[in-house]
Design a protein around this ligand. Structure first.
Ligand SMILES: Cc1cc2nc3c(=O)[nH]c(=O)nc-3n(C[C@H](O)[C@H](O)[C@H](O)COP(=O)(O)OP(=O)(O)OC[C@H]3O[C@@H](n4cnc5c(N)ncnc54)[C@H](O)[C@@H]3O)c2cc1C
Length: 591
């Protein structure tokens, strides 16, 4: 078996850190308690381990291909997608009214992780369909919702997100695709979209493209962008005027077809406006936030699989003996302290980010389903603060983890046949699409920190401080170490937040020069905070004699996180607060 789903750790996060019992008190989620979570995760594990994971390497070797306008996906993908759809997995988190299972994100995120660990390229199709469903649930008319959502939930149709154009990547204000109003209320769409994931494929009967375009005469910039539904196949069965003109050749995720789509070369693609004209970007943000969170989970997923692969190799590969003589005859490189350090780094990052994502998922559920408006608003603010961190930090860490996985393999890591090189190549896209790390950091600084003068950030810091109070009541070495590191990290975070709130408007160059280090600092702290909470729980459970092996490992991993990862935070604070000039002072001509 090439991948084993970490159901035990996921259940620990879901039960102990995200608080599934509280989620199950929310209206609509009454049946979604810990037992349901366990059952769903076990089923998801079986499906992903058995059906999806074996296709990962095949996808790298036999990518999707375009011939005569038809995209054929990797052998096995079509059947696996059918099984995925028939298993009800696409509808897991979507409303029962549209044929979904209506489960909370607190359970769904773990299934998303498994699917992505199993096969990142395959998982992108459902990921984008989820985003399209979410956008239509938010902004689509009731008729549009009825016409498109049930087929996407059932997996008969899939969805895409069409933002990018050659001149409009991070800067969507530059979108040029045109939409001309028609007498019947529809529009004709003309333009070129690039890098469209699953923009054309053979896994479903229809593709629902959600397209950003500018209605004739609309204002310049972001204020003139509207959102359209452009189905590949029209209701009468004819083909709409949207065509795949090429597929990109890529560094990684080779099985995922990345399409250049041409709209309107044969008279205009029929499009239907979603919501109001010129509000497209706001609607697309709903989709992007869902997708950004999911891409963060892709990072965790990739890190988990890379970790598993590295552990297996480190046990098998025999090379030298550990300096303290502890390697038994025939024992693997796992006995070398530095190999152990690499494996611990991989494990601690992965578990920390998984815990952060799980807690964010629970906040999302409360933000949507809680009866009390103030509680909803509080959870929404917390969730929105975490989204750029789940996306930015978890994907950056997945690169570090994938790199370590190659390193553990030594020369074999650099050889394609081991499969670990694929993970390294696949990981790189995660820090680029759905907004690069810098774009996540801009969001974190601008919308999430400076705009409210740092209020949300400080409220979160106060919660971290409460965890420090709980740690102070413990006398274990792990708890003491964690307390020292967590306190230093939280203080560093608050210093940066105060500095950004004060300088954000007066000195934007210096503030944004530190935006990515700030994102890495805040992500590290949020994941580390969850590892601190995990440590507190694990110590209690261990004392109660529950699952000793798991709890001991959790304590050791938290301890490692504190000493080796959380300890990076004060250095990041220094580069943010004191490092702006060092970035800005170099004249551009000197490059
Ligand atoms: C495999 C793949 C799949 C994709 N799938 C889709 C899809 O399904 N739908 C879709 O619409 N798009 C998709 N994209 C596009 C993707 O979202 C963009 O590539 C991404 O947003 C970056 O845009 P860009 O490539 O134009 O880079 P640019 O925007 O040119 O960025 C180049 C560099 O400049 C930096 N930069 C740019 N602006 C700023 C700023 N304001 N502040 C700081 N730094 C900045 C960036 O961080 C980056 O380092 C995909 C791309 C790839 C490669």
């Amino acid at each position: 078996m090439t991948y084993r789903a970490p159901v035990r750790d996921m259940m620990f996060v879901i039960r102990e850190l995200a608080g599934i019992d509280a989620v199950a008190t929310l209206p609509g989620f009454e049946d979604a308690g810990a037992d349901t979570a366990q059952a769903v995760l076990e089923e998801a594990a079986r499906f992903n381990e058995g059906v999806v994971a074996p296709l990962n390497w095949t996808g790298d070797q036999q990518p999707s291909a375009l011939k005569d306008g038809v995209v054929t996906t990797t052998p096995g993908f079509k059947a696996a997608f059918r099984a995925f759809a028939e298993g009800g997995w696409q509808g897991l988190q979507h409303p029962a009214a549209f044929g979904g299972q209506g489960l909370p994100k607190t359970i769904g995120f773990a299934c998303t992780e498994m699917l992505n660990s199993a096969n990142l390229s395959f998982a992108l199709c459902p990921l984008l369909t989820d985003g399209a469903i979410e956008a239509l649930l938010t902004a689509g008319s009731p008729a549009q919702q009825q016409a498109y959502i049930p087929q996407m939930v059932s997996g008969e149709w899939t969805g895409t997100m069409n933002l990018t154009e050659p001149q409009a990547g991070s800067d969507l204000a530059a979108v040029r695709t045109r939409a001309e109003p028609q007498a019947d209320g529809s529009y004709r769409i003309f333009g070129t979209k690039i890098y469209i994931t699953y923009g054309e494929h053979d896994m479903a009967d229809n593709i629902v493209h959600l397209v950003l375009a500018r209605v004739t005469g609309a204002p310049e910039g972001v204020k003139g962008i509207s959102l359209f539904i452009v189905p590949k196949v029209m209701p009468d069965g004819t083909r709409n005027d949207v065509h795949c003109v090429s597929l990109e050749h890529k560094l990684g995720i080779k099985a995922s077809p990345t399409a250049v789509l041409q709209y309107g070369d044969h008279g205009g693609a029929v499009g239907y406006l979603v919501g109001q004209e010129n509000q497209g970007l706001a609607y697309m943000f709903v989709m992007m936030n869902a997708a950004r969170y999911a891409v963060g989970v892709q990072g965790i997923a990739l890190a988990e699989r890379a970790y598993q692969k590295a552990v297996a190799y480190a046990r098998e590969r025999v090379q030298g003996r550990a300096v303290d003589g502890s390697t038994p005859p025939g024992g693997g490189i796992i006995h070398h302290p530095d190999v152990k350090r690499m494996l611990m780094t991989m494990r601690a990052f992965t578990e920390g980010c998984r815990a952060m994502a799980g807690v964010a998922a629970a906040a999302y559920d409360a933000a949507h389903a809680h009866e009390d408006a103030a509680t909803r608003a509080q959870n929404q603010a917390f969730y929105e603060f975490l989204v750029p961190l789940v996306k930015g930090f978890s994907t950056e860490m997945s690169l570090e983890v994938a790199s370590l996985a190659v390193q553990v393999h030594g020369g074999m890591g650099f050889i394609e046949e081991t499969g670990v090189a694929q993970m390294y190549r696949d990981a790189k896209i995660l820090t680029i699409y759905e907004g690069t790390t810098a774009i996540q950091a801009n969001d974190l600084v601008g919308r999430k920190t400076v705009r409210d003068g740092g209020a949300t950030a400080r409220a979160i810091a106060a919660q971290v401080e409460a965890t420090e109070g709980d740690l102070a009541l413990r006398d274990s070495a792990a708890a003491r170490g964690m307390l020292r590191r967590l306190r230093a990290a939280r203080e560093a975070f608050v210093e940066v937040v105060d500095w950004m709130a004060a300088e954000g408007k007066a000195n934007p160059g210096a503030v944004y020069a530190g935006s990515v280090p700030y994102l890495m600092l805040a992500g590290n702290l949020m994941a580390g905070w969850q590892m601190a909470r995990a440590l507190l729980v694990a110590e209690e459970r261990l004392a109660a004699g529950e699952d000793a092996e798991f709890m001991r490992a959790k304590i050791a991993t938290s301890h490692f996180y504190a000493e080796h990862i959380l300890s990076r935070v004060p250095g990041l604070r220094d580069s943010v607060v004191a490092g702006g000039d060092a970035v800005l002072s170099m004249p551009l001509e000197a490059f």
